[in-house]
Write a protein that binds this ligand. Structure first.
Ligand code: LLP
Length: 427
């Protein structure tokens, strides 16, 4: 966990800036993102994976033009999964060949746009998509580099909504029953496709390395089967993202170095035993790069003590800026950051201002008993899947993302305004 810096008055500082001043300048709720930390994490991943591997940042975790520029400067590639993410990436100058395009239901229009732009990889997710992408590429007179996404059949130990390697779900083509092998057979026959390799993503917020290892082994075994059947050694495998981060002190994340080493060894061993050349490996971390780099700053509003139960602390945001608690039972911590307090800790539930009782930001936490309206509290580790999954529920205005670096703060995604809401409402 990162240490919290406070000035002499007990006000938390980030990059030398006091949160009280940040709140005055940018308002609350707001996400504050540490740019140096983001860049350092990008470098840690690319250093760990080295020359024979590629790191694709998963844009779904959080994407903006500034992020795309930082990724380019730090030498990372980008995984996008919608036309909107593709547009942001291209608009911010990401070279198309460094983009991989994912999704289980890419529209023909999105596919055409991606192929015309020259994206480096399209990850094929179904039998229908194999044909669809091949036809569109051919009609454009192109041969599109592709990977086939397979489901390797492991149960990743994470919330069922974010586990993706078991067979009963919408992503990928099962290895089981020879389906993936059949997909490869079809893809190899189509002129519009250049099949480069196999992709497997087992899920998200995972700590146990075993799932990644099984996935790597099964993907390499498929490469060996493909070599035996077709006489071609596909040059690439992509092992997806999913590395967990620490939201609470119970979580025990792995370092990129450790992941790289474990995956590298398994792939090498498995290739040796089948006399395969080692493929180029790619990975797609999202949360592990951006998650820990940001926190959400809220102002405390109504405080409601419920005798014998807990105290409900309402903040000026809620499920519209962090849906993860409501959706996945995610756990977060919270801290009083605008001052220190020597008051006794009290059991609190931090809730938002939305019209439903499931609008919970932090389910169980302790805050000082003298907490008062106007205090600022911060929820750490909200860099991933918070702004990117933010909504306008109850016509909430989605908060800004403010990048902090070297004692300077600048808005990279501005706060939504009521005019923004009204502009879309053309009735
Ligand atoms: N690659 C693929 C193909 C993916 O589907 C995902 C995440 C990633 C990479 C990045 O996974 P990460 O390293 O960020 O775990 N909204 C959920 C997470 C959904 C993840 C979806 N796919 C959450 O808030 O926990």
């Amino acid at each position: 966990a990162r240490t919290i810096d406070r000035n002499d008055d007990g006000v938390v500082t980030i990059g030398g800036l006091e949160v009280t001043r940040l709140a005055e300048e940018f308002g609350t709720p707001a996400y504050f993102l540490d740019e140096a930390d983001f860049r350092a994490r990008c470098r840690a991943w690319s250093d760990a994976f080295g020359q024979n591997a590629d790191v694709f940042y998963a844009g779904k975790a959080f994407l903006s033009r500034a992020i795309v520029r930082w990724l380019q400067e730090e030498g990372l590639n980008l995984d996008v999964c919608s036309g909107g993410e593709l547009t942001t990436a291209l608009d911010a100058g990401m070279p198309a060949e460094r983009i991989a395009f994912h999704g289980n239901n890419k529209t023909p229009e999105e596919i055409e746009r991606a192929i015309r732009a020259g994206v480096g990889r399209i990850v094929l997710d179904s039998f229908q998509e194999i044909v669809r992408v091949a036809h569109i590429a051919q009609s454009l007179g192109k041969r599109q580099p592709v990977l086939i996404r397979v489901t390797v059949g492991v149960e990743a130990h994470t919330h069922e909504f974010i586990a993706t390697a078991h067979e009963d779900q919408k992503f990928g083509i099962a290895l089981a029953g020879g389906l993936a092998a059949e997909a490869v057979r079809r893809a190899l026959k189509l002129d519009g496709l250049e099949l480069l390799g196999i992709h497997s993503h087992i899920g998200s917020q995972i700590f146990d390395m075993a799932g990644f290892e099984v996935s790597a082994r099964r993907v390499v075994q498929l490469l060996a089967e493909i070599r035996d059947e077709h006489g071609v050694e596909l040059p690439e495998i992509d092992l997806g993202g999913g590395l967990g981060i620490a939201y609470t002190s119970d979580d025990d994340p792995r370092e990129p170095q450790e992941i790289a080493k474990a995956l590298g060894e398994i792939v090498t061993r498995e290739c040796e035993s089948s006399s395969l050349r080692s493929p180029r490996i790619s990975v797609e971390p999202g949360r592990a790069i951006v998650g820990p780099t940001a926190f959400t700053l809220y102002e405390v509003g109504t405080i409601k003590p419920l005798e014998g139960l807990r105290t409900y602390v309402s903040v000026d945001g809620g499920m519209s800026d962090n849906i993860r608690t409501a959706l996945y039972d995610a756990e977060y911590t919270v801290a009083l950051v605008s001052r220190t307090s020597t008051a006794e800790p009290m059991l609190v539930r931090v809730v938002g201002k939305h019209c439903e009782s499931g609008d919970i930001v932090v389910k169980d936490a302790f805050l000082p008993a003298d907490l008062a309206p106007g205090d600022l509290i911060a929820v750490p580790a909200t860099g991933a899947y918070c702004r990117s999954m933010a909504s306008n529920y109850n016509h909430a205005l989605r908060p800004p993302v403010v990048a902090v670096r070297d004692g300077e703060a600048r808005v990279i995604v501005r706060r939504e305004t009521e005019e923004d809401l009204l502009r879309l409402d053309v009735g």
